[in-house]
Write a protein that binds this ligand. Structure first.
Ligand code: PEP
Length: 260
């Protein structure tokens, strides 16, 4: 596998601090077995300080699910990049479809967040994806390429390793309705091509592009086997240590198979 795969958990609005501690304590020793996979857990702000502390000097990357691109000021309810760094976050989800759809985040805001995260040395996991209506109307690529293009325009000279994209078809998130592995490869392959055209082959060859949308232990191996798929962003199946560890194992096996 050309790039180091990443398995990222998105807990969404779940877990108290006590539950986060229990989960992290269970995950840490098991994640260190997956030597060739980056394992990230993107947790609510309330648990981030504790998870960041527990994950320090471990194989697990503590991540947030959102932040705002200004560093301080009159932005009630928001959290900045320096604040994330202060509590040990090394990654952040940017532009999740729930942020875009429920909280009105625009492509422009998402692009500014991606840029600010890269500047702050926090790895942004930038989510893109189409609705069912857009896919059925044949507008998947128009939507996804527009979202990717806007982010790329903001990234200046950043290298491909400083950002992660996640292709998450909205109709597959939390629905149990996974995209076929061919659909995932098709969209992710096209995103990589577009990044090659706009940022150059070096960027396209090193940027990681994850798939997200009802990934679970039963379908992970097939998705991970696709050439351009570098891992997964996982909601529901990341909430229990056991099933998330199985997904990390699927990524580790995919590396082993490519190396054979
Ligand atoms: C997500 O939250 O990004 C996600 C992909 O959720 P789920 O795995 O539950 O579909």
């Amino acid at each position: 596998m050309a790039r180091r795969p990443m398995m990222a958990a998105n807990w969404k609005m779940n877990k108290t601090v006590r539950e986060a501690q229990e989960y992290t304590a269970g995950l840490l020793p098991r994640a260190s077995d997956a030597k060739e996979v980056d394992v990230a857990i993107c947790v609510p702000f309330t648990s981030l300080h504790e998870v960041g502390r527990m994950a320090e000097n471990s194989a697990v990357i503590a991540g947030a699910q959102n932040f705002y691109y200004e560093d301080s000021g009159a932005y009630t309810g928001e959290v900045s990049a320096p604040m994330l760094l202060d509590v040990g976050a090394r990654a952040v989800i940017v532009g999740h479809s729930e942020r875009r759809e429920v909280f009105g985040e625009t492509d422009e805001m998402v692009a500014r967040k991606a840029k600010r995260a890269v500047e702050a040395d926090i790895l942004p996991i930038v989510c893109v994806g189409e609705t069912k209506e857009e896919r059925d109307a044949g507008r998947m690529w128009e939507k996804v390429s527009g979202q990717v293009g806007q982010v790329v325009d903001e990234l200046d000279d950043a290298g491909g390793e400083s950002v992660v994209f996640a292709y998450e078809p909205i109709w597959a998130i939390g629905t149990g309705d996974t995209a076929t592995s061919e659909d995932a490869q098709d969209a992710i392959g096209r995103i990589r091509e577009l990044l090659g055209e706009t940022k150059g082959d070096g960027f396209a060859g090193s940027v990681r592009i994850l798939y997200g949308g009802s990934v679970k232990p039963e379908n992970a191996a097939e998705i991970m086997a696709q050439e351009d798929v570098d891992g997964a962003l996982v909601g529901g199946a990341s909430l229990e240590v056991e099933s998330f560890v199985e997904l990390v194992g699927a990524a580790q096996n995919a590396v082993a198979q490519t190396d054979e």
